[in-house]
Design a protein around this ligand. Sequence first.
Ligand code: ACM
Ligand code: ZN
Length: 510
Amino acid sequence: MNLPGVIPRPSRSRETEGHFRLDRPLTIFCETEPSPAEQLRSWLRERNVSAELGGSPSTAQIVIERSSSSTTQQFAIGQSSSSGQTSDGYQLRITPDRIRISSAEESGAFYALQTLRQLLPLKPTDDASLPCLVIEDEPRFSWRGLHLDVARHFFPSEYVMHVLDWMAMHKLNRFHWHLTEDQGWRIEIPSYPKLTEIGAWRRGASGERYGGFYTLDEIARVVDLAQSLHIEVVPEIEMPGHAQAALAAYPHLSCTGGPFEVWTDWGISDEVYCAGNEDVFAFLQSVLQTVLDVFPGDYVHLGADECPKRRWKSCPKCQARMKAEGLADEAELQSHFMKRMAGFLASRGRKAIGWDEILEGGVPAGTVVMSWRGTDGGVAAARAGHDVIMTPNSHVYFDYKHSEDDVLGRLGVTPLETVYGFEPVPASLVADKARRVLGSQANVWTEGIETEADFEHLVFPRLCALAEVVWSGPERDWTDFRRRLRDHGARLDAAGIRYFRDPTVWLPDR
Ligand code: ACM
Ligand code: ZN
């Protein structure tokens, strides 16, 4: 069935007879939680469809009926048809008299509404109607994410909230917030105020002061919004490398004692936390405790990528630590460092995530591995019994250019069709290990991004393709995707997203 441009493509859908007309008043009956019904009512009102909220039927159902006096309102009763549904799954049934959403959990009803939102006409029209249909849908992966580097380019929290809304529209559910870097520290930590007094600001390209940070109140507001959108926010605090902004604020946490400035270059700084200094561990535990207090999710990302070992090699404290712990080399020293910090999270009931370098020197037990230098690290980690998230820079680095002649983007080229063709489970992983692949996410690094429009140009419509990779099944149909994306473009426009009008999609023939 050719659904009008629903993205990501639902698992199963079929058209049935007739239409549900939107030109008469509606009543929405909803589960105990009123917010989805209110959201739906506001979408309908934007389209001049008047909708009232009615009583509450059984759990996790939303029923929309036309309330014309000639129709007897049938209350849809019975349990949600949830038996076969996974937690984010749902059924959406549109008949001439009634729209009915059922799901095992609230998140499923939420995703059903996202689908319905895409089926609604974009603008008020006199003869608006919806085609009758049945959609049964569920995601392929539980991890459907977007990573945003807010250190190289700072995005205010209001903008981050728009990004969350755009993610939810595409049924994405993990926002990986990259909060610390060589070039800026972006989260208020009351016990270490210089992190934001000093670490949040750098000399900009023309000598101006550049930067910013999120207060804990702002973070709480972002987390609240995310929860209402069924998105888990995954904070990242980088260690042991990518730490120069923190060291500019507290130079005694380095091997050399500094002084340092918040870095103004791109690349990988040699200045890293000293792995032989107990103050570093006390500092990072205090930082992480604040992070745990404001981020209620299961996961915290600890970085672990790209940590040069140069300072450690000539640091007496680091060398003494290696000797005392019987560590063969600096890779094992990094592993020792990460094991302590992952252990701290585990002792507080949270799970650590690390970039794939965390495999070097021995990966901490229970750590989730985020594979970025291709998928080999993820395969090795899955074989060793770790959960993995596949984010190879060959397919899902959205800071790369759309095409060779794109004005924006850096380091590589990743066309839309490459993103769309990404398969997160490598064929080399057999069934029980394949289950270790939680999903995927797009990574957006912001060295080459100067404005919000730049971000939107690089991220859309590639994020639409990623949504399909992580939500829809493994089958791909590029022609059908392009057709749906052309419809979807109008929706991106309506949301105010300044997306790249990719010529492989928006020109009739290539
Ligand atoms: C990374 O791109 N350095 C994880
Ligand atoms: Zn040291």
